[in-house]
Design a protein around this ligand. Structure first.
Ligand SMILES: Cc1cc2nc3c(=O)[nH]c(=O)nc-3n(C[C@H](O)[C@H](O)[C@H](O)COP(=O)(O)OP(=O)(O)OC[C@H]3O[C@@H](n4cnc5c(N)ncnc54)[C@H](O)[C@@H]3O)c2cc1C
Ligand code: SF4
Ligand code: SF4
Length: 236
């Protein structure tokens, strides 16, 4: 199946096709529900098929069983309370940075959109802590991962299982210096709904927030005036 003929039900919006296109003729655009899908500029497409080859939605992937299962939690109470589960992500990320590596994860940008970005120091890891229950834009991250791996640096990429599948197919080979962490995930809510919600909240009652925390049963905004509001249930 051609990406230009793709069906939405096979697409997670991982952006691997966008990242691999040598002609830069794929753009990731929101559909009316706000989810990202690839749009191909057919006039500039050279039919190289690279985009199809990296698509986890149509690839025949072999099922992998867990090799081992461990349960663990971060002993640091502060880190654990800022994380959505046991805070293991932070422990792995800190180790990668100690080894001179780079950590990719999901964070908010200055417009409170969720994007994938990277950090190279432990004091910046806080931005990735905690689940953001919105589809994250991977953007040009896969190409940056490839660049860092090529430089021989350790890379940790943490994200949803479809983002990890997209990254691995995009890379097309195993790298010893790549560590991936995917989370238990049953789907991502739409960025469009999130934007509408933010607009509604900010225009009605409150100044712009300086911290937003998603929790298992509720979503908190922490505003600049130190007021906060428990707004609504928003678990995925
Ligand atoms: C979209 C989504 C769906 C989830 N669905 C389930 C579920 O069905 N059942 C369940 O038990 N748990 C679910 N979770 C919770 C998830 O499994 C926990 O966030 C994770 O276990 C936290 O581990 P931690 O405490 O080590 O990491 P934390 O320190 O909480 O770190 C969170 C990690 O999640 C990544 N992340 C955060 N938001 C996103 C995002 N929007 N897209 C991609 N990566 C993101 C960050 O990069 C970081 O690496 C979901 C989380 C997300 C983000
Ligand atoms: S076939 Fe090649 S040129 Fe055309 S959209 Fe796919 S990757 Fe780009
Ligand atoms: S590579 Fe990713 S974004 Fe592109 S069509 Fe496949 S699943 Fe969708």
């Amino acid at each position: 199946m051609k990406i230009k003929d793709f069906k939405k039900e096979y697409c997670s919006g991982c952006s691997a096709c966008y990242s691999v296109c040598p002609e830069k003729c794929i753009s990731m655009q929101e559909d009316p529900e706000g989810f990202l899908y690839p749009i191909v500029d057919i006039d500039n497409c050279i039919d190289c098929n690279l985009c199809e080859n990296v698509c986890h939605g149509t690839a025949s992937l072999t099922e992998r069983r867990p090799v081992s299962v461990y349960a663990a939690k971060n002993p640091d109470d502060g880190v654990r309370s800022a994380s959505s589960s046991g805070g293991i992500f932070t422990i792995i990320a800190e180790q990668i940075i100690k080894e001179g590596g780079v950590v990719f994860g999901a964070c908010f940008n200055d417009r409170w959109e969720v994007i994938h970005d990277f950090v190279e120091s432990e004091d910046k890891l806080f931005a990735f802590r905690g689940s953001k229950y919105i589809q994250s834009r991977t953007g040009d991250g896969y190409n940056k991962v490839k660049l860092f791996l090529g430089q021989g640096r350790m890379v940790l990429y943490a994200g949803t299982p479809c983002q990890i599948a997209g990254l691995k197919l995009f890379l097309r080979k195993e790298y010893e210096n790549l560590v991936t962490v995917d989370l238990v995930c049953h789907g991502v809510p739409s960025p469009l709904i999130w934007r509408s919600y933010l607009t509604e909240m900010q225009s009605n009652l409150y100044p712009p927030p300086n911290l937003i925390l998603f929790q298992i049963t509720s979503l908190f905004f922490l505003h600049t005036r130190n007021s906060h509001a428990d707004i609504q249930n928003y678990h995925c």
